[in-house]
Design a protein around this ligand. Structure first.
Ligand SMILES: [Fe+2]
Length: 385
């Protein structure tokens, strides 16, 4: 099949002198160009608006808006249109100005046909190249954008996987010690709320949250006989129990992603007055994340039910934390904690319970759907046999 030749390029001739317009358009039509004519700048813009116009040949001197004005208007509204300027003798300075402002060429009036054709062909070839370059650039930009999106989503997946792995680990740990699986996650919520109140945000906030989540990870290394003992621990058993910050630290410190959380794990049992363990650090020597965590952990420990006792009210727990400001806890952290207020703290806990219920309901729904699907598949198989 023969290829259909492309339509002849449209050339718009702009001149206030009718005879010039006629001569040029007749000459160009004979050469196969499709011509349109305009007697002034406004009419030229109207025509360009109505139909794609790759090339304009414009007179420089026209009454009212002149060729330079039109040139600028085309640069602005139709940057893909090439403009050739026609100038009279003695206008060379202005002609150079035209080139500087984006005209592709200028010709002296009246133009010779050969010069005119050569100039038009050069202008159209240049335009084709320029448009191909633009298309290529756009394609490249789109590719870069797509790749960036893919990369971002892959990174987010990795980060979610990390977080879920940590959660699974901590949930198993919580289940072993507390018979409830939410202690660590609740402590994270309280810790993050206090940290935010202190103006901490961004990656630092994430690291502190992760440290709070993993705080007791070292209890994996504490024997059941000690960790789960219902009564009081003997001094020897306390020695075992107090190893858990060091065990946790050595577990996660080598993981670069957990370098800062490992500092919080190591110092989560320290106290503001230096009477904590394992190193007996004092005041600001204790990582800020651990100082915040200490308050959050006490709040959750006091307000949660345990097998051997019922949890106390938030109001009582808040009073107790206030009482221990400056001894067990950093006063600045306590002050931020008090700013949050009882109602908001209760809400944090209730929201967590609601989210958990929601997740459970969704998981049940999914399991039921999967079971129904399996049943249908089984029936289909039986039918086929
Ligand atoms: Fe601990």
């Amino acid at each position: 099949m023969e290829a259909i030749p492309p339509p002849p390029p449209r050339v718009l001739i702009v001149d206030d002198d009718e005879s010039v317009r006629d001569v040029i358009s007749v000459l160009l039509r004979e050469e196969g160009y499709h011509c349109a004519v305009a007697s002034d700048a406004d009419m030229a813009l109207e025509l360009a608006e109505a139909e794609d116009t790759p090339l304009v040949i414009s007179d420089m001197k026209m009454p009212g808006k002149d060729g330079l004005w039109l040139l600028e208007a085309f640069r602005d509204k139709h940057p893909d249109t090439s403009v050739i300027m026609l100038t009279g003798y003695g206008d060379t300075e202005q002609a150079v100005d035209c080139l500087r402002r984006g005209a592709v060429d200028y010709l002296l009036k009246p133009p010779k046909l050969t010069d005119l054709i050569r100039s038009i062909e050069r202008a159209l070839a240049k335009r084709r190249l320029e448009m191909a370059r633009k298309r290529y650039q756009k394609k490249l930009e789109r590719k870069v954008r797509d790749r960036t999106t893919e990369l971002r989503s892959a990174l987010k997946d990795v980060s979610t996987t990390y977080q879920n792995t940590l959660l699974a680990l901590v949930t198993a740990l919580d289940a072993r010690e507390h018979e409830t699986s939410d202690h660590s996650q609740r402590v994270v919520e309280y810790t993050v709320a206090i940290a935010q109140r202190m103006g901490i945000k961004g990656p630092e906030l994430d690291e502190i949250g992760r440290g709070a989540l993993l705080h007791d990870i070292g209890k994996i290394g504490v024997p059941d006989a000690v960790l789960l003992k219902p009564g009081k621990l003997t001094p020897e058993e306390w020695v075992e129990m107090r190893k858990h910050p060091d065990i946790g630290f050595s577990m996660i410190a080598p993981i670069p992603f957990l370098a800062i959380p490992s500092q919080i794990v190591l110092s989560h049992q320290e106290r503001w007055d230096g009477r904590g363990y394992p190193r007996g650090l004092k005041g600001n020597e204790v990582h800020i994340g651990a100082r915040i965590f200490a308050v959050a952990d006490t709040l959750d420990a006091m307000t949660s039910d345990r097998p051997y006792r019922k949890g106390t009210t938030f109001a009582n727990a808040i009073e107790e934390i206030k009482r221990c400001s400056g001894t067990q806890f950093d006063p600045e952290v306590v002050s931020a904690f008090l700013d949050i207020g009882e109602a908001q703290l209760i809400k944090i806990k209730e929201d967590m319970v609601a989210r958990k219920k929601q997740r459970l309901a969704e998981a049940t729904q999914k399991a039921l759907a999967a079971a129904a699907e399996a049943e249908a598949a089984k029936k289909a198989l039986e039918g086929a046999n």
